[in-house]
Design a binder for this molecule. Structure first.
Ligand code: AMP
Ligand code: MG
Length: 391
C-alpha cells in the first residue's frame, strides 16, 4: 500500500516511486564563491579587468561579459554569459573599477562554477523506490519541488508478550510477578525500524489463551511473540504456532543470548481454509529475556521488517571497533554482549558493559551496541579490531 506524506513528515519512511529531477540541478551555471566572473585565460595574464556589471544571488543570468572585462558576482548567483571562471574576492586586487588576479595565482576554465545540470539533468532518477528517506533525500526532494512524497504504508507489527508472571507497567507486581518491559521495548524497536507497533495484551502460559491471542494477532503483517520458546514445561509458543499450521524456517540459532529464537510462516487463510500456497504471515518467537529479545530483533526481525517496509537495504548494521580490554569466554556460540562504543576518539573503541545475564535491563540501558564474540574462539584480545552490532 502506498500513501502520500508531507515532506516534513517523510523522515524514516520508504519511497514508493522513483524521484525524478524536475529541472536541471543546478538549474543555471552557479558561482560557488563571492568574486569576479571572468575568462580564465585573461585573468591568468594578471592584467587589470574592468568591472562591467554585477549579479547577486536571485537575479537572472546577465552579461555578456565584454572581452577584457570582469563581472562582480555573489555566491549562488548565475554566472554571466561569456565568463568561464570566477576569481575569488580574496585573490584579487581591486583598483579604480577594475580587478586583477594576484600573481602567482592562475585560474582554469570552470573554476568556482558548477555547470548547469552538473548534478542531475531534468528527468533523471535521483533515487529509486525502496530508498529510506533521510534528511539528504528530503533536501533533494525539496530542491526539486516535491511538497509531499509517495511512501509505502508502515506494516503493522503485532507484539505479543507471553508469561504468567507479567503484569502491565501501571500495575503493582505481586510477589513473583514482574512488569512487562519487552512489549514496550519491542514497540520502540519496531517504530525505529519503520513499522507500526500494535501491542496486544499479555497472554498467559496457557494453550487456549495463546490460541486466542494468535487469532487476534493474525491481522498484522508481522507477528513478534516473546517468551515461551525455550524448552521449559510452560514454553507453549512453538506448539501454538504449529497448531496454526506454521512452517518454521529455523528453530534455534547458535548465538547467545537468543539461542531459542524461532522464525516461521503461518499459512494465509482463504475464508476458514488454510492456503499453503499463498505467501504466509511471518512470525518470530523471540526468547523472553529482554536482552535476548532485543538482540534477536536486531539480527533477524528488523531485516524482515525492513523488507516488509519496502526497503532495498535493511540488514543488521555491523561496524569495526578497537577492543578496550580482553574478553574471555567459552567457544561454541556467537555472543552479543552489551557494550559501549566511544565514537568520539580517533577510532571507535568498544568496552563491554558489566552485566548479570540476559535479563539485565540496567546493563543494556548503559550500552549503545553489542560486542560480537565469534563462536570459534570465545575470547578476544585488547587492541584487536572487533565487530559490533549497532543498536
Ligand atoms: P521465557 O523465555 O518465557 O522463559 O522467559 C525468560 C525470562 O524472561 C523470564 O525470566 C521471564 O520472566 C522474562 N520475560 C519474559 N517475557 C518478558 C517481558 N515481556 N518483559 C520482561 N521480562 C520478560
Ligand atoms: Mg515464559
Amino acid at each position: 500500500m502506498v500513501e502520500r506524506v508531507g515532506l516534513d513528515r517523510a523522515a524514516g519512511r520508504v519511497l514508493a516511486r522513483p524521484l525524478r529531477a524536475d529541472r536541471d540541478q543546478p538549474p543555471f551555471a552557479r558561482s560557488t564563491r563571492d568574486g569576479y566572473a571572468c575568462r580564465a585565460a585573461e585573468a591568468s595574464a594578471h592584467r587589470p579587468l574592468a568591472i562591467a556589471g554585477s549579479t547577486r544571488a536571485g537575479e537572472p543570468p546577465a552579461g555578456p561579459v565584454p572581452p577584457g572585462a570582469a563581472w562582480e558576482i555573489m555566491t549562488g548567483a548565475p554566472v554571466p554569459a561569456g565568463a568561464d571562471a570566477v576569481m575569488m574576492i580574496e585573490h584579487v586586487e581591486a583598483v579604480d573599477g577594475s580587478v586583477r588576479l594576484l600573481p602567482p595565482r592562475t585560474l582554469v576554465a570552470g573554476e568556482n562554477i558548477v555547470a548547469q545540470g552538473a548534478q542531475a539533468r531534468a528527468g533523471d532518477e535521483l533515487f529509486g523506490a525502496g530508498t529510506a528517506i533521510g534528511f539528504a533525500q528530503i533536501a533533494l526532494a525539496a530542491s526539486c519541488g516535491y511538497p509531499s512524497l509517495e511512501v509505502f504504508a508502515r506494516p503493522r507489527v503485532a507484539i505479543l508478550s507471553t508469561g504468567d508472571e507479567l503484569v502491565p507497567v501501571d500495575a503493582e507486581p505481586a510477589p513473583g510477578q514482574i512488569r512487562n518491559s519487552s512489549s514496550h521495548m519491542l514497540a520502540a524497536q519496531v517504530s525505529v525500524a519503520g513499522g507500526e507497533p500494535w501491542v496486544l495484551p499479555v497472554a498467559g502460559d496457557n494453550a487456549e489463551l495463546l490460541d486466542a491471542a494468535l487469532e487476534q494477532a493474525s491481522e498484522a503483517e508481522l507477528l513478534l511473540i516473546t517468551g515461551g520458546v525455550s524448552a521449559g514445561k510452560f514454553d507453549l509458543v512453538e506448539p501454538a504456532l504449529t497448531r496454526r499450521g506454521a512452517r518454521f524456517h529455523f528453530t534455534g540459532v547458535r548465538i547467545q543470548p537468543g539461542k531459542p529464537v524461532v522464525f516461521g510462516e503461518m499459512p494465509a487463510r482463504t475464508g476458514s481454509h488454510l492456503n499453503q500456497n499463498k505467501n504466509g504471515k511471518k512470525c518470530f518467537g523471540l526468547p523472553g529475556n529482554p536482552i535476548s529479545s532485543a538482540v534477536t530483533f536486531l539480527l533477524f526481525a528488523a531485516p524482515v521488517l525492513a523488507a516488509l517496509c519496502g526497503r532495498t537495504h535493511g540488514g543488521p548494521r555491523f561496524a569495526l571497533a578497537r577492543l578496550a580490554h580482553d574478553v574471555n569466554g567459552r567457544p561454541g556460540l556467537t555472543r552479543f554482549l552489551p557494550a559501549w562504543c566511544n565514537f568520539a576518539g580517533e577510532a571507535p573503541e568498544v568496552a563491554r558493559v558489566d552485566w548479570r545475564g540476559s535479563g539485565d535491563l540496567a546493563a543494556m540501558a548503559r550500552s549503545n551496541c553489542f560486542l560480537v564474540v565469534p563462536e570459534e574462539d570465545g575470547s578476544l584480545q585488547a587492541g584487536a579490531a572487533v565487530r559490533i552490532l549497532l543498536a
